[in-house]
Design a protein around this ligand. Sequence first.
Ligand code: G3H
Ligand code: 13P
Ligand code: ZN
Length: 328
Amino acid sequence: ARITLRQLLDAAAERSYGVPAFNVNNMEQALAIMEAARATNAPVIIQASRGARAYAGDIMFAKMMEALELMYPEIPLCIHQDHGERVSTCLSAIQNGFSSVMMDGSLMEDGKSPATYDYNVAITSEVARLAHMVGASVEGELGCLGSLETGHGEAEDGHGFEGKLDRASLLTDPEEAQRFVAATKVDALAVAIGTSHGAYKFTKKPTSDVLAIDRIREIHEKIPNTHLVMHGSSSVPEEYRNLFNANGGEMRETYGVPVEEIVRGIKFGVRKVNIDTDLRLAATAEFRRVANKNKSEFDPRKFLKPAMDAMSKVCRDRFEAFGCAGQA
Ligand code: G3H
Ligand code: 13P
Ligand code: ZN
């Protein structure tokens, strides 16, 4: 059954667990997530980026979500727009059945330069006003995602601000978060604590100077009724990087957000944990393994089925680690 982000995360807050929000572009990812949710009895957040909507097409994506509801009626399902960059993106998502939208006003409309506080408040409160009228939830973002190791905004996957930022811009300020939430009325807030999107987050296992999990506690104290969201939360498991590289892939040494750090974040108030890279990596590592092992294989299903199984395993692990298994 489809539910809003507010409903789903209110339940998570009540019992102090976190919910992974997995990015989806196609049927295989969607089925892998739902199979894992069924196996662990977990509630689900599926999110689509603008790129995902363009890739699948809005009609295909909407009908795929309807199919999931029919196939998995027992699983609470929130369909969320990831990183909406303008009002129209959020509204067209709602028109297509999304029960929740992110208005990412952390960057100006070009998607490259850091937004002013006033711009972010204006555009996010407009989306919140409109979305709430029709019963959809809203996530905002305050602070710039990026690396506390290098001082750069994230750049790896081509979106976000790439230039040098001071440490303060790369960390969400708790008092500003309080003002932002009061002004915008968002249901959830994405915070900047040193994580970034993509595979290349940290050059070594992150320590507290580059991954500011403690900052979450300070923000949560100021806005206890706003659900905190961690973006860039893939763990980039070494196991999958090795499998990818052993079969002809080239991924240099890199570290993601360790699962135990996310679990600490959940203790401090994180409720939504965004994961895209880990499912991408698990799937493509499996493609490479199959292609390498059986060079005459050309039935896509022979690649896609093991890829689905690998993605499903990652999902099960996260549902269990975040305490959301058994909560559907
Ligand atoms: O925001 C980042 C997500 O990983 C989505 O990425 O824009 O390539 O679909 P994408
Ligand atoms: P990862 O690239 O770490 O999976 O982050 C995904 C994300 O934050 C989507 O909004
Ligand atoms: Zn994100």
